[in-house]
Design a protein around this ligand. Structure first.
Ligand SMILES: NC(=O)c1ccc[n+]([C@@H]2O[C@H](COP(=O)([O-])OP(=O)(O)OC[C@H]3O[C@@H](n4cnc5c(N)ncnc54)[C@H](OP(=O)(O)O)[C@@H]3O)[C@@H](O)[C@H]2O)c1
Length: 442
């Protein structure tokens, strides 16, 4: 198999002066991203010396045939026939874990390099697939799997390769960012904004994977693999849904000089310990994280030597994501090779260092409530920093907020569990961490 790739890439495709013939590209999955990749490859004449689209694979492919695509492209339902033909690179844009894993594995086994936009595939099987690629002399690239059009993986692997990264993450889910930034701009309710997100095509009919942090956690796993050379599993990432965030929380956050965003943060402690979480957090208004609006994304890295670096832009959308795919294809056509994530070590879980928390209650007001809540925090060794109560709410359903001095996540969770058991609540209390200190938060 090595021989076959050597023929395809080293001598057949490249010589010392660059490509001697274009890489033959097959696209599997002619949907939003796959069709945008195809259109860029067909429209950009300047790429033809490097890349040639030769085949498209999709189920019931006849309905997918595009009028703008040249006659030379083979349209097929049959992945095996396409992989058995003249192909140098497979672009995988079918999504999901299966059959994507099987198709990508088969391509790599045949020495065919793969470019994928599939975060779930890489989060679940990235290391194994990278190993398979290495064994068969093929390449596996996945720039588009994280933050769509933002070249985050390239920036981490090349731009800050001289640093030792301690943090990676950011705002990785455009649906959540649209909802939270719209809610903070004065929208009526979470459900109204979710409906608007659906109408604009930012949220799926079942938005659970976005709202509950599964999508962002998969991206964080991919980023951590590249940034730390450590293998996180999806279940290592603590997740909190954004479904609990209300317009009232956005008002209270503003009065604390903050806004609320779904953050995805992985912090490395020592060599192999990683603390990773995805969920709503209060971020100071002067942080770049607070200035990401709508469906945009932001990727941040924190290096031991170079400090903080951020990249922002469109985290999704067919064209933006396709640019990342085509950039990976061009890197392959230039013969760029990199170690990748084939030989990364398993990350060890670490607990989150103490953070301040925002805790919101909605209660049937009666004398002594504040004192009884403060007593629960005190029992868990937690100091209350401030109590905020905005006017204009009925006593029968009164929201108020307690902010907590930095405390361990376990202590905060235990206190919250005890508080939830009290009978004063109209709505169960919620707690979000407050990121403070430093441009991107501590
Ligand atoms: N859309 C974005 O903005 C975006 C951004 C970043 C990354 N991504 C990633 O890119 C990948 C593709 O996303 P997308 O939005 O382009 O999805 P999509 O529009 O649903 O396209 C997927 C395409 O693959 C085809 N397909 C799916 N399963 C197949 C199977 N078993 N056999 C044959 N064909 C199959 C689908 O055919 P049918 O038409 O029959 O369903 C469809 O044409 C996903 O991994 C996604 O996470 C997407």
């Amino acid at each position: 198999m090595r021989e076959r790739l050597a023929t395809r890439h080293a001598s057949d495709v490249l010589d010392a002066d660059g490509p001697v013939r274009p890489l033959r590209v097959a696209i599997a999955g002619f949907g939003v991203v796959g069709s945008s990749v195809a259109r860029i490859l067909c429209e950009r004449e300047d790429l033809r010396g490097a890349l040639q689209l030769t085949a498209v694979v999709n189920r019931n492919v006849a309905r997918k045939r595009a009028a703008w695509a040249p006659e030379s492209i083979a349209w097929s339902d049959d992945i095996d026939a396409v992989l058995g033909g003249e192909v140098d690179v497979l672009v995988e844009t079918i999504g999901g874990v299966e059959p994507a894993r099987a198709w990508v594995s088969e391509a790599l086994r045949r020495g065919i390099s793969v470019v994928t936009a599939n975060k779930l595939l890489i989060a679940h099987h990235g290391r194994a697939l990278a190993e398979l690629a290495a064994v068969h002399g093929a390449r596996l690239r996945f720039e588009a799997a994280v933050a769509g059009g933002i070249p985050a993986i390239n920036a981490i692997e090349r731009g800050v390769a001289g640093d030792r990264l301690a943090r990676v993450g950011g705002i990785l889910n455009g649906t959540c960012n649209f909802i939270l930034s719209t809610l903070a701009s004065g929208a009526a309710s979470f459900d109204d904004v979710l409906d608007r997100a659906r109408a604009l095509g930012y949220a799926e009919a079942d938005p659970s994977n976005d709202l509950d942090g599964v999508d962002a956690a998969a991206k964080l796993v991919v980023l951590a693999a590249v940034a730390f050379n450590l293998e996180l599993h999806l279940e290592d990432v603590r997740r909190q849904s954004i479904r609990d965030v209300t317009a009232v929380d956005c008002e209270y956050a503003a009065s604390l000089g903050c806004t609320i965003r779904q953050l995805s943060i992985a912090d490395r402690h020592g060599d192999a310990e990683v603390d990773a979480f995805v969920g709503p957090a209060l971020v100071p208004l002067d942080s770049p994280l607070a200035r990401v609006f709508g469906a945009d994304n932001l990727v941040l890295v924190r290096g031991q030597y170079g400090g903080d670096v951020t990249l922002s832009g469109r985290g999704a959308g067919g064209d933006a994501t396709a640019v990342a795919v085509v950039s990976d294809l061009l890197a392959l056509s230039r013969g760029e090779c990199r170690e990748g994530i084939a030989r990364i070590d398993r990350a060890q879980p670490a607990s989150r260092p103490p953070l301040p928390y925002y805790v919101r209650f909605v209660v049937r007001d009666r004398p002594g409530i504040l004192a009884s809540f403060a007593a629960v925090f005190a029992r868990h060794g937690i100091n209350v920093d401030a109590v905020l109560q905005r006017p204009g709410h009925p006593k029968s359903r009164l929201p108020f907020v307690m902010t907590l001095e930095p405390c361990g996540q376990e202590a905060a969770a235990a206190a919250l569990n005890e508080l939830r058991a009290l009978d004063a609540h109209e709505v169960p209390p919620v707690a979000f961490p407050i990121l403070s200190g430093g441009v991107h938060g501590a």
